[in-house]
Ligand binder design. Structure first.
Ligand SMILES: [Zn+2]
Length: 416
């Protein structure tokens, strides 16, 4: 795919804004150092962001001997962004200011079997309406809604191409949402969303190569390689959940047998429990959330069955994560999403032990395995950054080839 000068310019503008959001207040000199862009390019991009009222001038700092440096900061009230996390069992929506502080949250539970596109769209529309009302922001200030939906998505057409857990094929999700939601909409999936969230605010910040293991109903690996998001040629990189862990193993929704997901996704963990103790009171048939919650509480009480289930799950996870470590040699592996958050430290400890048995020693020594440190829902946060990226892109298209014609050169160094 050919990148036009406008694409590069939009990417550079996004990168500068990202640095300002991460480190406000900051100077043009610091931004140039952090992004690898020239000072002249940064000055131009900062000027554009000031025009868009996404950032503001906030005074000066002394520079030893030289002229005082002008400082800029993100203009938190310059707009609102909405992040939508559609999962198999819930819809979670957050509204953020431009500094990506959460201003409002809304949740909708989805009952088992409630997975028709129009049902899901109804929940999303309700929750989006709720966060806008709670935060009391004017509709005109909402810059966009980023939507994360499980499975493979086409970002350009807004089509959910394939969601195995719902048996969705080519659902025009963005068009369906646009019938009920008046804001600009941007679609991607939770692997991308949680990887961006870690890159901006979490354990992958300032790191070159990171793998974000997303443990929910479905399972996958968000990849941040070379300091940026790795999408692959058709935006489906990271479908690690559908790599084969056990030959002729459990049947997966994708049609194959023995996929990673069938052993470590929430339904897979339920199956691990069922095989160990079919009559266990921890088992809530048909209700993954209740079962994982019961397991988490039982671990806290040192229940031997619960501890064994976590160890068994971690054995599968450890083998799968070792593959990722051997393949990608990442600096950090982050365990993210609701199952990882609920099972927490006990799962992390068992995973570290299991990985140590499988991964090669050199890449293992260079890798840290951690739980996501992001205090809010990483998928909503990441989805909101997609809306921010989209808003900058459409602002760039509106501006077109107006007064500022300096071409931004492409980034030569990853951001720190
Ligand atoms: Zn599969």
């Amino acid at each position: 795919m050919k990148r036009t000068s406008r694409d590069i310019r939009t990417a550079n503008r996004y990168e500068v804004l990202r640095q300002i959001i991460a480190e406000s207040p900051t100077s043009r000199q610091e931004l140039a150092a952090a992004t690898g862009l020239s000072l002249a390019t940064v000055a131009t991009l900062v000027g554009e962001l000031l025009d868009l009222r996404m950032i503001t001038e906030v005074g000066f700092e002394d520079s030893a001997g030289g002229r005082p440096r002008g400082l800029v900061a993100v203009n938190a009230s310059g707009g609102a962004l909405i992040g939508v996390d559609i999962a198999e069992t819930y819809v979670h929506v957050e509204l953020f200011d431009l500094a990506l502080n959460v201003l409002a949250r809304a949740d909708e539970d989805m009952r088992p079997g409630e997975s028709r596109p129009e049902q899901v769209v109804g929940h999303v529309a309700t929750a989006v309406g709720s966060v806008v009302a709670q935060a009391g922001v004017e509709a005109a200030r909402v810059l966009g809604v980023g939507v994360s939906v499980p499975g493979q998505v086409d970002r350009d057409t807004g089509v959910a191409e394939y969601a195995p857990n719902w048996d969705w094929h080519d659902v025009p999700l963005l068009d369906l949402l646009a019938e009920q939601i008046a804001y600009p909409l941007y679609l991607d999936n939770p692997l991308r969303a949680c990887a961006v969230a870690e890159l901006w605010f979490g354990a992958a910040r300032g790191r070159g190569d990171a793998v974000v293991v997303n443990l929910g109903t479905g399972v996958g690996a968000g990849l941040a390689l070379g300091g940026g998001l790795h999408r692959g040629v058709s935006n489906s990189a990271g479908e690690w959940g559908h790599t084969t862990l056990v030959l002729d193993g459990r049947l997966c929704h994708c049609g194959n047998h023995g996929c990673v997901e069938t052993y470590v996704g929430a339904p897979g963990i339920m199956q691990n429990l069922r095989e160990l103790s079919p009559q266990s009171p921890l088992l809530h048939p048909g209700d993954q959330t209740a079962t994982i919650d019961a397991l988490a509480r039982a671990i806290g009480a040192d229940d031997p069955v619960a501890l064994k289930v976590v160890r068994d799950t971690a054995r599968y996870l450890g083998a799968g994560i070792s593959d990722l470590i051997n393949l990608l040699n990442p600096e950090v592996v982050v365990l993210s999403s609701w199952v990882a958050a609920r099972l927490g430290e006990p799962l992390l400890g068992e995973v570290r032990r299991a990985v140590a048995r499988h991964a090669l020693r050199r890449p293992l020594a260079a890798t840290e395995i951690v739980l996501s440190p992001i205090p809010t829902d990483p998928v909503s946060l990441g989805a909101a950054t997609f809306a921010l990226e989209g808003a900058l892109q459409s602002a760039g298209q509106r501006q077109g080839t107006t007064k500022r014609t300096t071409l931004a050169r492409s980034r030569t160094a990853p951001p720190s």
